[in-house]
Design a protein around this ligand. Structure first.
Ligand SMILES: Nc1ncnc2c1ncn2[C@@H]1O[C@H](COP(=O)(O)OP(=O)(O)OP(=O)(O)O)[C@@H](O)[C@H]1O
Length: 262
């Protein structure tokens, strides 16, 4: 069995002018792990995702994915390597149907060539059919198949969040980055999301890095949690260790990190 981590972030940092948004950040994710990334507002969590997905190139450090150095690669190449993400502010094709939103993501994996697509050779049609069937399978997992013809913008908020995850998964990632997937959800929706995240991790053999302010969710699904404060890693450990960690308690204004933050 390989002991190499799927993702290895080594002493990564980035400056925006005089601000060191992330500094000396190190994290290893092994295949199949579900790790939480938490921290107060402005701690640098989304910047870490932007560094991992090629939105920003790190000004220091290295990022290895599957043993390959990926820092500096453009976002589309990072996606092709097997890293997908969702965004804090939902980004869907609002005017397209739910099904088309997933089909577009699945397209990046489709086996039929661009020429057969343009000239509509038979191979293209079988590719289209397969893509549609696969996309509907994804929608079933996310309980969205009954609204597949609906425009994305017409879905209730909780369903839009689920569609974003379905779309990220349709690109066939090995590593899924979820940026505050429970933001704006009610407690029941959050509970269902928690179950869904655990389910897809097992079902798709995924490795997941989860940014989330809802501590109940983070503590409930993650094996390990990394805590950022002012761009620095201040703690890494099990939910129980993090809950009691003095630096984490201090970063969260003296309160014990727990359900009061849910
Ligand atoms: N493109 C940018 N240019 C300048 N400053 C930036 C840029 N992106 C992020 N920052 C700054 O970097 C710091 C970290 O921001 P980031 O969005 O990563 O924090 P966060 O932990 O995700 O916060 P939140 O929980 O509020 O989403 C903040 O001070 C932010 O203003």
């Amino acid at each position: 069995m390989s002991t190499n981590p799927l993702l290895h972030i080594q002493n990564v940092g980035i400056r925006f002018g005089g601000l060191r948004a992330v500094a000396n950040f190190t994290l290893k994710l092994n295949q199949g792990e579900l790790i939480g990334l938490i921290g107060p507002n402005g701690a640098g969590k989304t910047t870490v995702f932007n560094l991992l997905t090629g939105v920003y190139a790190p000004t220091e450090g290295e990022i290895f994915f599957n043993g390959e150095r990926i820092n500096g690669l453009p976002p589309y190449k990072v996606t092709r390597k097997g890293i997908s993400r969702t965004f804090q502010n939902i980004r869907l094709f609002n005017e397209l149907s739910v099904l088309d939103n997933v089909k577009i993501a699945y397209h990046s994996l489709a086996k039929h060539s661009i020429f057969s697509s343009i000239f509509r050779f038979p191979k293209h049609f079988s590719g289209e059919k397969e893509m549609e069937e696969k996309s509907i399978e994804f929608l079933k997992i996310f309980h969205l198949d009954h609204v597949k013809e609906e425009k994305a913008k017409n879905l209730p908020y909780g369903q839009q969040r689920r569609l974003e995850i379905a779309r990220a998964l349709a690109a066939g990632p090995k590593l899924l980055l979820l940026d505050e997937p429970a933001a704006g959800m009610n407690p029941q929706e959050t509970k269902e999301l928690m179950e869904l995240i655990s389910f897809i991790r097992n079902e798709f053999n995924l490795t997941i890095l989860l940014i989330e302010h809802d501590m109940k969710l983070v503590m409930g699904v993650c094996e390990k949690i990394s805590v950022l404060d002012h761009g620095q890693l201040i703690a890494h450990g099990t939910p129980e260790e993090i809950r009691k960690h003095p630096k984490v308690i201090e970063a969260y204004l003296g309160e014990e990190v727990g359900e009061e933050h849910a």
